[in-house]
Design a protein around this ligand. Structure first.
Ligand code: CA
Ligand code: CA
Length: 449
């Protein structure tokens, strides 16, 4: 099912890491992709054995294909194996797929952050939360082209009981806006447990007190890129504290899981580990401001295996149509009941020029252009991307679950979509034809009961 064409498709990465200078304030173009860095993930293959295949059957199957095991992954029958060298990947996949013990095999894929272009508007307001129609970095916003956050904050500003996983480049846990909302793993946090080098909660990871770094395989998911810190701030920076910014939710338990490296690139195999971690630790919401191509069965199956967790995912920044199977971005485009796919809107209530769309594959839009949020170094900055739109929706889901914790994933999704505010610019380009509105959310959530 794989082979030729794959490397070329993987060669496209968003040109974000090299362009983080505020001096170059501009919108990312619809073509802000560049072959700056090859995206192939070396010689690793994801192989899923048929249900019931025993260890004594899997071992010989791997040997027949010349692919020793590198790791077991937390999905039934899924393993990461080694093709030896990149040029052997296609043949090894073919050999594995010919084996009766194998359900499917695919190259490990690359995923990247869904672009975050900074601009120089460091003192800009958070128009996405409340838009008064003022000028913002050269564009005059339209009053009320926002998500009406203040209306909802009269009822709830969120709850530390709602766990939200930010699966990204890590977060700056010492940022004063994020530190109060950092999730703590009770099983590793007791006296003498924090740094005793033991796996006190028996989940296979030692001292995972505040999440995990799946790139470096250590318990410190710090953020040397900035992307994850920006995303986390939009989702749940502490509000009402007299400084900086407010998240859509002022309170939540942010669970940082690092799968993107310092250039904001990552592997599907690390994502699969993080999805399992988040679900096992009770995260009701996962924010995934990342994506790539092509389709991965293992990634889809791993998300489907966490049906009690809502995955809020960025549509991508190619300016293209995700309904077109040749251009679809994953994981946003998996047609799963626990996925919400998010496009980016502007302060004028238009689809951002860079944002992907999809009448049947992209659920709704949310503010994603010139978004002020937190950055490492106790800093703040304004970035653009569907990466920035996604945490508005994830934060809204956290607000719903703060007041309606009994709602199912399907009900939370229905409230997010049903409460969206229809606007002409999104009609025919998203499933709902609307932009997120949290002011209407709690009413929509109440109807789900
Ligand atoms: Ca542990
Ligand atoms: Ca604040």
């Amino acid at each position: 099912m794989i082979a030729a064409g794959w490397a070329a498709a993987l060669g496209l990465t968003m040109a974000i890491a090299a362009a983080l200078s505020p001096a170059h304030a501009r919108e990312p173009s619809a073509h802000s992709v560049s072959p700056e860095r090859p995206a192939a993930v070396g010689d690793e293959i994801l192989v899923r054995f048929r249900p019931g295949a025993s260890r004594r059957e899997r071992g010989p199957a791997r040997r027949r294909a010349g692919a020793p095991i590198r790791a077991k992954l937390p999905l039934d029958g899924l393993q990461l194996v080694d093709a030896g060298r990149p040029s052997a990947v296609a043949r090894t996949i073919a050999d594995l797929e010919d084996d009766p013990e194998v359900l499917y095999a695919e190259a490990d894929r690359r995923r990247t952050s869904t672009a975050a272009m900074p601009d120089d508007d460091l003192f800009g307001r958070q128009w996405g939360l409340e838009n008064r129609g003022g000028w913002l970095a050269g564009e005059r916003g339209i009053a009320d082209a926002d998500i009406d956050a203040r209306a909802t904050w009269r009822t709830t500003t969120g709850s530390a009981r709602v766990k939200v996983a930010v699966i990204d480049s890590g977060i700056s846990a010492s940022h004063p806006e994020l530190a109060p909302n950092l999730w703590t793993n009770a099983g590793e946090a007791g006296p003498g447990r924090r740094s005793n080098g033991r796996d006190d909660d028996g989940n296979g990871l030692r001292d995972d007190v505040h999440g995990w770094d799946f790139v470096a395989d250590d318990p410190r998911p710090a953020d040397d890129h900035g992307h994850g810190t920006h995303v986390a701030g939009t989702l749940a920076a502490r509000g009402g504290n007299g400084r900086g910014v407010a998240g859509v939710a002022w309170r939540a338990a942010i669970m940082p899981l690092r799968v993107l490296d310092d250039d904001a690139h990552g592997k599907v195999s690390d994502g699969i580990r993080a999805y399992r971690y988040a679900a096992a630790k009770g995260a009701r919401v996962v924010n995934l401001s990342l994506g790539g191509d092509p389709f991965s069965r293992a990634e889809r199956d791993a998300i489907a295996a966490a049906p009690r967790t809502l995955f809020v995912i960025a549509a991508g920044n190619d300016g293209s149509d995700n309904d077109d199977p040749r251009k679809a971005r994953y994981p946003c485009s998996y047609p799963l009941a626990n996925v919400v796919c998010v496009a980016a809107s502007t302060s004028r209530d238009r689809l951002a020029s860079f944002s992907n769309q999809g009448r049947s594959s992209v659920d709704l839009a949310a503010p994603g252009a010139r978004i002020m949020s937190t950055l490492p170094g106790r800093d703040y900055g304004s970035w653009s991307g569907t990466s920035m739109a996604t945490p508005h929706v994830a934060g809204a889901a956290a607000l719903i679950l703060a007041t309606h914790p009994q709602l199912s994933v399907a009900q939370v999704k229905a409230a997010l979509l049903g409460g969206s505010e229809r606007r002409p610019a999104f009609a025919g380009r998203t499933v709902t034809g609307g932009r997120l509105n949290v002011g209407r959310l709690l009413d929509a959530a109440a109807r789900q009961r």
